[in-house]
Design a binder for this molecule. Structure first.
Ligand code: ADP
Ligand code: MG
Length: 335
């Protein structure tokens, strides 16, 4: 597969909607790169520009250092998994999987097609469905086939547009794990876009955080979580979400806002006293909402935690883990 680079990519729709502004990113060969951003951030547009389905305003797309910006979509050799499964309904699962291999340009022998189809079907646990028509599948199975149809070839890059978003939570989790295993197995280069933080952290080698058509930070999931460069980035990962509070609340009077992750708050004793608003026991952890000087703070505690609503509660914060932000919501780094 290939290394894929985007350099200074700009894309507007109808000459006025700025969909992408100065996108720069490198996806290494064999890397699982996730673009994370809310709806409208420019995720689909980025994929479509790489595939050659959109005409870009300026900038370059490189595959293995070769500039392919002006190449036709068909000659780019990428494979795309769309948000909505797009199977041929009257074909069997086998024929759907084999289809990308049957291009007249390829002329693969039938035996080789069969081997490839069976290998992918096994990876995606749909071997027993190979003879079914696509219409005879559940939503989860259809999406497995859609992913399988992309993976059956070895293109320059796999482009995946929120491929799990239409599935229920349980199935999404299962397929997420399977997809990561398959990627490692095939050493595949994948650009995967999503608004789902769990997908981003579990799948990605690298995450690029998109905001309104711009990449605002690139890093490993750990870097993005531990070391976000802005409030926006700090809020992309973490559940329960990070607390953004005025610095003055903790006597950091020259700091506009601080970010405090729920797990960096210790309950029971400490110099701060608040009141319990609610507790939510999630099994392995309990989320306690505290009212502290009219600010709501979420704390997450390992295991269960007994307390009643309106009860006074003392707490402390891990000052080493406090993130500081300036007036423009950008991170203040300490020397
Ligand atoms: P995402 O996939 O992150 O939800 P998109 O890439 O689809 O975001 O869209 C980025 C921006 O470009 C949005 O403001 C969207 O409304 C706009 N946009 C996307 N496709 C078109 C189009 N075909 N015509 C006009 N505007 C579009
Ligand atoms: Mg989209």
């Amino acid at each position: 597969m290939a290394k894929v680079e985007l350099k200074k990519l700009f894309k507007t729709y109808n000459k006025k909607i700025k969909a992408l502004e100065d996108i720069n990113l490198t996806i290494e060969d064999g890397q699982f790169f996730v673009l994370l951003g809310p709806s409208g951030a420019g995720k689909t547009t980025t994929l479509r520009c790489i595939a050659g389905l959109e005409k870009i305003d300026s900038g370059d797309v490189l595959f293995d250092d070769e500039n392919i910006t002006h190449d036709q979509p068909a000659s780019r050799d990428v494979s795309f998994v769309f948000q909505q499964y797009s199977l041929y309904p009257h074909y069997t699962v086998y024929e759907n999987l084999a289809f990308p291999l049957r291009s007249p340009m390829r002329k693969l022998p039938e035996e080789e097609i069969k081997n490839k189809v069976e290998k992918i079907a096994e990876m995606l646990k749909i071997t027993n469905k190979l003879k079914n028509k696509a219409t005879e599948l559940s939503g989860g199975e259809m999406q497995r086939v859609a992913i399988g149809r992309a993976l059956v070839r070895e293109p320059n890059i796999y482009l995946m547009d929120e491929p799990l978003s239409s599935l229920d939570a349980k199935l999404r989790e299962t397929l997420r794990v399977e997809l990561k295993n398959i990627q490692l197995n095939l050493n595949a280069t994948i650009l995967y876009v999503t608004h789902d933080q769990a997908e981003a952290t579990t799948l990605a080698d690298k995450i690029g955080v998109l905001k309104e058509g711009k990449i605002v930070q690139i890093g490993t999931p750990e870097e993005i979580y531990e070391n976000p460069n802005s409030i926006y980035v700090s809020q992309r990962l973490g559940s329960p979400k990070i607390n953004i509070l005025p610095g003055s609340l903790f006597k950091l009077n020259n700091i506009t806002k601080i970010g405090l992750r729920p797990e960096n708050i210790e309950l029971g004793n400490g110099p701060y006293e608040g009141k319990v608003i609610s507790t939510e026991n999630l099994g392995s952890e309990t989320v306690v909402a505290i009212n502290f000087q009219d600010n709501e703070i979420l704390a997450s505690i390992q295991g269960s935690y007994n307390s009643s609503i309106n009860e006074k509660i003392n707490f402390d914060i891990n000052t080493n883990k406090v993130l500081k932000f300036d007036k423009g919501d950008q991170r203040i780094y300490e020397r």
